[in-house]
Design a protein around this ligand. Structure first.
Ligand SMILES: NC(=O)c1ccc[n+]([C@@H]2O[C@H](COP(=O)([O-])OP(=O)(O)OC[C@H]3O[C@@H](n4cnc5c(N)ncnc54)[C@H](O)[C@@H]3O)[C@@H](O)[C@H]2O)c1
Length: 448
């Protein structure tokens, strides 16, 4: 199959490299010339385990190429995937579809024979209808179909998710398009990955429903963590006791500083807006988004409370900045709200992240001191906060950390340490929902 990916960001690049690895001939297109030039040199603009090797080997085999010219490859393609960004629109939080529609117009002009146009970007219900309308208006002569094929990959495990997906959702309105999609995913059919054939609107909504549900699970356990702190219960045990029930499942029941990333925050907002527009408000999701939003900043206040109620003139080490480990993605990372709250309170923030330093500089407020490792970050600090659970923070030399710090206060927002072990080293230790905060301070973090 001849495949074009329009947009060579996270999803476009991973999808393109994986489709090429399936044996298809793939051209990845992007507007950003520097990105395409780097990709041609084998340089990968994002951090994703295994992606560099996959891109280089498939490029070397001649199955994967990169260009800024959309028209040429689209005119020869069997399937054109739209994988451009759909960020939150300023003002109302609805998905900004301007990139999707701009790409659609360019694709329309280049169509030459029957082509399946696939929205892989996460797009609200009805976007496929609008894509179809735009193409038909610009090219009444063109033979094409519009299909929804939402992407469920997780950053940090993207290649594994792509090659062994839990499911592939294909929303199509005609058999011919379904046959093309079956050919595209044939190698995965052979691995018996479940394929769900649905209507286009159903596929579009399935993606939002899945993300909103996962966001709800996280937010639910975060609220249970708050309650655990008050009553002296352990949220990890609560989560385990819940998760062993197959109807619930153990994933996404880890209490922490709130969800972030490039998908959950914007996708929950877009779903809320869609549901409101159709007169069926999604009240649960509205609450989830509001609770999560306030939680991220509340984590900053929790740190301030742990520092005695004020961080003015104090130094706080922040360990981990990206929204989760194994990615350099800083989009909507909880660290942004936490660092901002600490700086607002008058703290000096010394930060370190294993892969996200470059992205962090663009996303965090000015004035952060960037350090070359965890130990440099904690030097002279009044408190250290683990914000992202990178593996290297799970195995810190705690004696060395304590010696370097001004005061041995560790706030573990990811529950990576065993409280007894850290306290035995002489630290004051706070975590999320393991009953320690009530015991340690006699109260919950002051303003949290
Ligand atoms: N990142 C994830 O983990 C993930 C997972 C599932 C779904 N998604 C969805 O996939 C979509 C893409 O997300 P992403 O994280 O890959 O975004 P991204 O910002 O990393 O990449 C988008 C790319 O599209 C390019 N682009 C924009 N308009 C273009 C055009 N007209 N022609 C060519 N290139 C163009 C941009 O330059 C950019 O490189 C979004 O809708 C997102 O919600 C993302």
């Amino acid at each position: 199959m001849k495949i074009v990916m329009v947009g060579s960001g996270y999803v476009g690049l991973v999808s393109g490299a994986c489709f090429a690895d399936f044996g298809h001939e793939v051209v990845c297109v992007d507007k950003q010339e520097n990105k395409i030039e780097a990709l041609k040199r084998g340089e990968i603009p994002i951090f994703e385990p295994g992606l560099t090797e996959l891109v280089r080997s498939n490029a070397a085999a001649g199955r994967l190429s990169f260009t800024t010219d959309l028209a040429g490859p689209v005119s020869k393609a069997d399937a054109v995937f739209i994988a451009v960004g759909t960020p939150s629109r300023r003002g109302d939080g609805f998905a900004d579809l301007s990139y999707v529609y701009a790409a659609t117009r360019e694709i329309a002009q280049a169509l030459d024979h029957y082509t399946v146009i696939v929205t892989k970007s996460t797009v609200p219900v009805g976007t496929g209808d609008e894509v179809e309308r735009i193409v038909r208006e610009l090219r009444p002569d063109a033979a094409f179909a519009v299909v929804s094929n939402p992407e469920f990959l997780r950053e940090g495990a993207a290649i594994e998710d792509y090659t062994r997906p839990d499911r592939i959702v294909i929303g199509a309105e005609e058999d011919r398009a379904r046959e093309v999609m079956a050919e595209v995913y044939r190698p995965l059919y052979l691995n018996s990955a479940p394929i769900l054939n649905t209507s286009r609107r159903t596929a579009e909504l399935t993606k939002y429903a899945a993300n909103a549900f996962l966001a709800t699970k996280i937010t639910f356990i975060n609220e249970m963590a708050d309650l655990c702190e008050q009553v002296g219960a352990n949220v990890q045990d609560v989560a385990r006791g819940m998760g062993l029930d197959n109807r619930i499942g153990s994933k996404f029941l880890h209490a922490g500083p709130g969800y972030g990333g490039s998908c959950f925050p914007k996708d929950t907002l877009a779903l809320i807006k869609t549901a409101q527009d159709f007169g069926t408000p999604a009240r649960i999701v509205e609450t989830v988004a509001a609770v999560n939003d306030q939680r991220k900043r509340a984590m900053g206040r929790t740190v301030i409370a742990a520092c005695g109620g004020s961080v003015r003139g104090k130094t706080v080490a922040v360990l981990g900045l990206t929204f989760k480990p194994n990615t350099d993605d800083m989009r909507d990372a909880p660290s942004i709200a936490i660092v901002t709250a600490l700086q607002d309170g008058g703290a000096t923030v010394r930060a370190f992240d294993p892969e996200g330093m470059e992205q962090a500089r663009a996303a965090l407020p000015a004035g952060v001191v960037y350090c070359s490792d965890a130990y440099e970050s904690v030097a002279g600090a009044d408190a250290a906060v683990i914000v992202t659970e990178w593996n290297i923070f799970r195995a810190l030399d705690l004696d060395r950390v304590k010696d370097a710090m001004k005061a041995p206060l560790l706030i573990d927002l990811r529950n990576v340490y065993r409280p007894d072990q850290v306290r035995a080293k002489g630290f004051t230790y706070l975590d999320v929902g393991r009953g320690i905060r009530a015991a340690e301070t006699g109260t919950r973090g002051a303003a949290a």
